[in-house]
Design a protein around this ligand. Sequence first.
Ligand code: FNR
Length: 185
Amino acid sequence: MTKNIGILVGSLRVESYTKKVAKTIATLFPDDYNISFIEIGDLAIYNQDFDDKNTIPDSWETFRDTMKSIDAVLFATPEYNRSVPSVLKNAIDVGSRPYGASIWDTKPAAIVSVSPGAISGFGANHHLRQSLVFLNMPTVQQPEAYIGNVLSILEEDGSITKKETLDFFQTIVNAFIDLIEKNSK
Ligand code: FNR
């Protein structure tokens, strides 16, 4: 059966390296996987009053509805100050509420962290992982996807063509697919 994979990218930058990595990874799924990039840049900042008083911004409603049809989530994130960029944390918070209606619950996930630096977004990767544990999302553990020194794998046009890199990305996708299949009801 076709699976819907949602990709959330933690950078809004037009020329985002993380988005370029995510776009390449998106091409490596089998044909019966339907991949969509989910917009998170327009989500109103989380404010619990909106849920408590039922004055939910349209952007939240659209996001929560869209995520209901998503079977599994790939998070591609840069690292901001050794943690998760606020735009991505905001999307996680918006999706997690109202209490008891989290759109994340039981959905398989994979995390890819990306950085021009050598530490490879480790801090963002693991802070995000901490939230996903609480949100009850089974998450790929191996291979760990720390994409450091990202400029060394990007061609001038933003594509990624090195065979070694694509082979590694494929192992990430394969592990994610295994996890999704194991968690299929
Ligand atoms: C960064 N950057 C960064 N890089 C890193 O490896 N660890 C970090 O903690 C931070 N912190 C940080 C904070 C803020 C506010 C900014 C704007 C940037 C650099 C970051 O990796 C770089 O800007 C990337 O290009 C961001 O990813 P995208 O937008 O290319 O996907």
